[in-house]
Design a protein around this ligand. Structure first.
Ligand code: IMP
Length: 176
């Protein structure tokens, strides 16, 4: 299967994704049974995962989509990344960050730091996929759907140069 100029092959079928998400949701329903968390899906990649996971949650919960914006700061701060889009106050909230994939973990670490600064009561992360570098660096992801090696993947919300997000299954790049 081709996306733009790269060849991919199927890695995780839609039915497996559905099954795994149901199991993750069951864990969250259990762990947050007396709570009312706010889910923060990180755009763009996590929109499908967020939608499917949320439909399986039985606890009262809110959602607010966030995005990471990169901008150049002053000479002293250099390149900064910041979290944008959360309209609700996160003070004293149980926050669940939803990621499509954690690779180096730099994005997630930055988000967790910012949320702690906003006074969230608890901050945990859920990622559908986790790559080897995040495991090696022991990035703090409480709920993980599937562990990968260093595969580059597309589908189920994830893209290659903006393409492939619409695919129902997850595909990995061939010869990588
Ligand atoms: P990190 O900061 O290195 O953990 O990168 C996380 C972000 O990079 C994810 O939220 C994705 O948007 C993107 N990303 C990392 N690996 C892949 C991949 O294999 N396919 C598509 N996007 C990826």
């Amino acid at each position: 299967m081709k996306v733009k100029d790269l060849e991919f092959k199927k890695l995780i079928a839609a039915s497996k994704i559905e099954e795994r998400i149901a199991a993750l949701a069951a864990e969250i329903n259990h762990d947050y049974k007396d709570k009312s968390p706010i889910l923060l899906p990180v755009l763009n990649g996590s929109f499908m995962f967020a939608s499917d996971l949320m439909k399986e949650l039985k606890i009262p919960c809110r959602v607010s989509f966030v995005k990471i914006s990169s901008y150049s700061g002053t000479a002293s701060t250099g390149q900064l990344k910041t979290l944008i889009g959360h309209e609700e106050s996160l003070f004293n909230q149980d926050v669940l960050i939803l990621e499509d994939i954690v690779d180096t973990g730099l994005t997630l670490q930055k988000i967790i730091e910012e949320l702690r600064g906003l006074g969230a009561k608890s901050v945990e992360a859920i990622s559908l996929l986790r790559k080897a570098p995040a495991r090696e660096k022991k990035i703090d992801v409480k709920y993980v759907g599937f562990d990968l090696e260093n595969d580059f993947v597309v589908g189920y919300g994830m893209d290659y140069d903006g393409l492939g997000r619409n695919l129902q299954d997850i595909y990995k790049q061939l010869g990588n």
